[in-house]
Every structure is written in structure tokens, then in C-alpha cells.
Ligand binder design. Structure first.
Ligand code: ADP
Ligand code: MG
Length: 340
């Protein structure tokens, strides 16, 4: 399935830029079911020949911020180079350079969300182990610690007091973010233990899924995460209740147009946006995932499995549509009468 970044075969197809084979399995099935030609650029390593131009097609970036946890430390850097090259050549890219930049930095996400009047939890970005306690003191307890470059709930800890924070920092359990930036964030206490994740495909709302957080902080809707369960607060809890992910019927929210405007302005076509509502009914948006995964059980229960209303079904259809448009445009430009 892996393809060279400068392939010999140049028949147009959808190129999927990623670094985790397991997460691409459902997408492959949906491409195949629709007979959409595709290839994969698994960017854990590779050679990008900047002298060449990209092959014809459509490019979908689903590089993950947590790639270093799979020993793919430099995959995001290679993806950034590839996206710059694609942009330079005017290629059609879904989730381009700016999307990757936001995927890799929650601080950058919050700044971009703020521009659209979308409220995020108060956050201090800290470099330097010795500065974390001071940042927490400024913010006031309880605080959440998390990694700036994260995914999979990396480094998420709830700390109720300065004593608890000091113990945590001294315990050896504290792990720095791969980019060195720890976020010290206001804890949003929800009256009921759930968060909501809103899925967008082609910039349009697809569905919202309610995620039960009663067993701890986490959030990766893909099956694989539920099986390889790391410890509590690190990702998916060991025993995930079968109704952990539930698609919300007839979801509507006043933030929908703002989220959509934010996505459009930041070169993000496909994303899952997470928010929590506090005791006063205020919604805080705290995570934007540009390599979003979907929960098959929740989709099956909602009658979406195997349809274009499922996450990967919608992604494949959307990308297939873009490819058809590109191919038609190429044929038309070829067929255009040459002026005498
Ligand atoms: N400020 C917060 N208040 C309350 N819970 C939070 C907060 N930030 C994160 N969480 C919990 O931790 C989970 C993981 O945090 P998130 O910011 O989504 O990181 P990741 O990018 O690793 O998924 C969230 O889904 C939520 O359950
Ligand atoms: Mg998250």
C-alpha cells in the first residue's frame, strides 16, 4: 500500500498522508467500496524529491500529533515538508499546512478559535519544569495539565491543589510534551460526565457524538484505542462501556456556524472538535482533531454503518468527489480548443 512520494505511476488518485496503518483500515474499505482509486503516503520516513512535481490527484492529510508515541518522531516534520511542496505546486489538499500546524499545537488552536469568538478554557503555555507550579498558582486550582502536542490524552492530569501538583511534578510520573510545552489549563467541571465531539467532513457538520468520561479522561473513538488501553487519563480506559460513544440525535448548537467558519479559515476540511459544557451552561472548546477517527459501534447503533453518513463513508465520498472534479477539470483543460 505504501507509495513513493514521487511515484512512477501517475494516474490520478486520492493520496492519504498519515503515519498509522491501523487508523486507515476503515478508510481503505470505504474507498474500495466506492471504487475510488487511492494510495497511501505513510510518512514515518521517506525521500521527498523537491525537484519533482506532485502526481495528479487529491491529497488528504491525516498526520497525527501523537505520532511520536508510535516511534514516528519526525513524521509531522516530513508531512510539513510534503504539504509545503504540495502547496507550492498548487495541488488540491484537504487539511493542508495550517491544519497540520493546529494539529501540532493546542496553544495555536486556542488562538485560532478565539478569533472566531469561540471560548476555550483559560490556558497558560509553559516551557521549563520549574515554571509549571507558578503558572498553576497564577491560574488557581483545580488545574488540568496537558501536552501542547498531544492526542490520545497525553499528559492529561487533574490536580486539585498546589500540594498535589508538587507531588505530581516530583513523582517522576510527570512527562513533558514532545515539543516541551506543558499547558496549564482551567478545569471545566461538567455537571454530567461527558464531553461532545462534533464531526465535520468537507467543512460541513456530519454528526456529534457524546463521550462518557466517567471512567477518566480520554478520547480516541477508534476501536484500536479501546483494545490497547493504556492507563487511566492516558487515553482509552481499560474497560470501555459499550455505550461510551453515543451519537446525538438532532444535534444543534449555536457554535456550529462559528466552528465552520474557523475550519474554513484554517484550511481544515475534515475534523472532530471537542467541547465541554460547564455547570452554568457555558461551552468551552478545547481540542481540534484533524486526523479524526470514528467509533463504529456508535455509528452502527445510529444506523450509519456502511453508509455515506458514517464518518469514513463521508470522508471517502467527499474525497472521491474532489478527485472526480479534478479529473474532469484536467480532461476539460486538455479538451479546451487551442486559440488560433
Ligand atoms: N480543561 C479541561 N477540563 C475538563 N476536562 C478536560 C479538560 N481538558 C481535557 N479534558 C479531558 O481530557 C480529555 C483529553 O484532553 P484533550 O485536550 O482532548 O487532549 P488530546 O488532544 O490528547 O485528546 C478530554 O477529552 C476531556 O475528557
Ligand atoms: Mg481530545
Amino acid at each position: 500500500m505504501r507509495q513513493s512520494l514521487n511515484p512512477e505511476n501517475r494516474s490520478p488518485c486520492v493520496y492519504v498522508i498519515h503515519e498509522n496503518d491501523e487508523w486507515v483500515v476503515p478508510l481503505r474499505k470505504n474507498f474500495e467500496a466506492r471504487r475510488i482509486p487511492f494510495a497511501e503516503w505513510h510518512l514515518d520516513e521517506g525521500i521527498l524529491d523537491l525537484r519533482a512535481s506532485p502526481p495528479p490527484g487529491v491529497f488528504y492529510n491525516r498526520m497525527s500529533a501523537s505520532s511520536h508515541t508510535r516511534d514516528h518522531r519526525y513524521a509531522p516534520e516530513l508531512a510539513a515538508a510534503v504539504l509545503a511542496w504540495l502547496k507550492g505546486h498548487g495541488a488540491v489538499v484537504v487539511n493542508g499546512e495550517r491544519a497540520l500546524q493546529l494539529e501540532l499545537s493546542k496553544a495555536a488552536q486556542y488562538e485560532a478559535l478565539r478569533k472566531f469568538g469561540i471560548e476555550t478554557p483559560q490556558t497558560l503555555a509553559v516551557v521549563g519544569h520549574g515554571n509549571i507550579a507558578e503558572a498553576a498558582r497564577r491560574l488557581g486550582y483545580p488545574v488540568i495539565l496537558k501536552h501542547n502536542r498531544a492526542g490520545k490524552g497525553l499528559g492529561v492530569r487533574l490536580l486539585l491543589s498546589a500540594t498535589a501538583l508538587d507531588e505530581h511534578l516530583a513523582s517522576g510520573e510527570f512527562e513533558p510534551s514532545v515539543d516541551g510545552i506543558t499547558l496549564v489549563q482551567r478545569y471545566i467541571k461538567a455537571p454530567a460526565p461527558f464531553i461532545t465531539r462534533v464531526e465535520f467532513v468537507g467543512g460541513k457538520f456530519l454528526y456529534a457524538v457524546r463521550v462518557d468520561t466517567s471512567q477518566g479522561f480520554e478520547l480516541c473513538p477508534a476501536d484500536v484505542c479501546q483494545i490497547d488501553a493504556p492507563p487511566l487519563a492516558e487515553v482509552c480506559p481499560a474497560v470501555a462501556p459499550s455505550d461510551k460513544f453515543q451519537i446525538v440525535r438532532d444535534f444543534d448548537h449555536p457554535l456550529l456556524p462559528k466552528w465552520q467558519a474557523f475550519l474554513a479559515a484554517n484550511d481544515i476540511g475534515i475534523a472532530g472538535i471537542e467541547f465541554i459544557v460547564d455547570e452554568n451552561g457555558r461551552a468551552f472548546t478545547y481540542d481540534v482533531n484533524t486526523n479524526t477517527n470514528y467509533n463504529p459501534d456508535a455509528e452502527a447503533k445510529d444506523g450509519r454503518a456502511g453508509t455515506a453518513r458514517s464518518g469514513m463513508g463521508a470522508v471517502a465520498s467527499y474525497l472521491g468527489g474532489l478527485l472526480a472534479r479534478e479529473t474532469a477539470a484536467a480532461v476539460n483543460s486538455f479538451a479546451e480548443p487551442v486559440p488560433a
